[in-house]
Write a protein that binds this ligand. Structure first.
Ligand code: HEC
Length: 126
């Protein structure tokens, strides 16, 4: 390889090497994202199973089988019109209505870690 070819090769290789280096933080970022989402799903699973009030049913009790079996698809269908609420609502709004009316619990703040965790878990249901 003559000097000119070597230089050209270097010229071409440098941006690739730089891009690979710049990519590295992204890979770390993905691991962080995966871990965070995993933790949220775990937290959501606990909320799904918990009893919101003594003597009241938790979400899983009514949504594990039968016509109301919960799936990620059902969650993804929101926002949609809700008969009970008489308007178009988001999944968290519908969930809050369920917490209050069916599970006898205290509604979660929209955008709270708990609400996001519950939605994240429900989206994993098949
Ligand atoms: C006592 C039974 C019962 C409990 C407990 C209950 N649900 Fe429901 N849920 C229903 C019924 C019945 C429907 C269908 C009628 C309706 O939409 O109001 C429904 C509908 C829903 C829907 C809408 C599904 C769709 O396809 O649009 C969501 C989301 C939901 N529930 C979430 C929850 C969550 C989250 C909890 C726990 C906090 C919960 N539910 C607790 C009975 C229950």
């Amino acid at each position: 390889m003559n000097a000119r070819k070597t230089l050209t090769a270097l010229f071409l290789a440098l941006p690739l090497a730089a891009a690979a280096l710049l990519d590295a933080p992204d890979a770390r970022g993905d691991a962080t994202a995966d871990k965070a989402l995993e933790a949220a799903v775990k937290r959501g699973a606990a909320l799904w199973k918990k009893s919101w009030r003594r003597g009241a049913k938790g979400c899983f009790a009514c949504h594990t089988r039968g016509p109301n079996k919960m799936t990620g698809r059902r969650v993804a269908a929101y926002p949609k019109y809700d008969k009970a609420l008489g308007k178009v609502v988001s999944a968290p709004q519908k969930i809050n209505n369920m917490i209050k009316t069916k599970s006898g619990g205290k509604m979660l703040e929209l955008g709270s870690d708990d609400m996001n965790a519950l939605v994240a878990y429900m989206k994993t249901l098949k």
